[in-house]
Design a protein around this ligand. Sequence first.
Ligand code: DC
Length: 226
Amino acid sequence: MSVNIAIDGPAGAGKSTIAKAAAKAVGFIYVDTGALYRSVAYYAISKGADVSSPESVTALLPEITPELKFIDGSQHVFVNGEDVSDKIRTPEVSMGASAVSAIPAVRDFLFDLQKKIAAENNVIMDGRDIGTVVLPDADLKIFLTASAEERARRRHIELTEKGENVTFESVLADVNQRDYNDSHRDIAPLKQAEDAALCDTTELDLSQATEKVIAMINETIKSKEQ
Ligand code: DC
């Protein structure tokens, strides 16, 4: 039986950095499910489709084969055989992913792929609805969050380091918009599962937050072995 750890929370809470480091520490596969929604948005944008139109995006789904491959321990996202891992990280695709993730057909389309990976591997899977919808029986659920200002501050540094020319105000506006979209959509909205442990990283630095998460995961692994 595989061990499944679910980490959910809003954009910029540190989920991917922390989950990646934790997966390395415990020898699990790290699965970034947001990359799947981004890959659908990327494809729709590349076809000139309106990402907020459920009809347009749903019509494209039969043409899309998303795949996750784990190369040297890190996740690569492929769309129809093309490695799009870097191309899906732009602000345009971020906003597009938030839009397509509100479309029920898109969530159904990506559900089986996520379930299959979790059934076959020991995983730390991060997203918005992993503990509530995708892996309701996960061995451990963590809801990782931080204040919107702190998350925008972190994302702004990240984008600036990548050479993107964006202001803090525009990043904060994006964070607030995505929080609103993600938590107000009708289907699988971002919310803490009842049985999830809350981990607020506003006042923690990355190594403190990572240590905390690794300790929780190790405890879960230990209790599963007993
Ligand atoms: O984690 P991220 O920023 O890469 O996610 C991109 C978008 O995908 C985000 O706006 C919310 C959505 N998403 C989702 O609805 N469900 C998930 N399990 C993961 C991401």
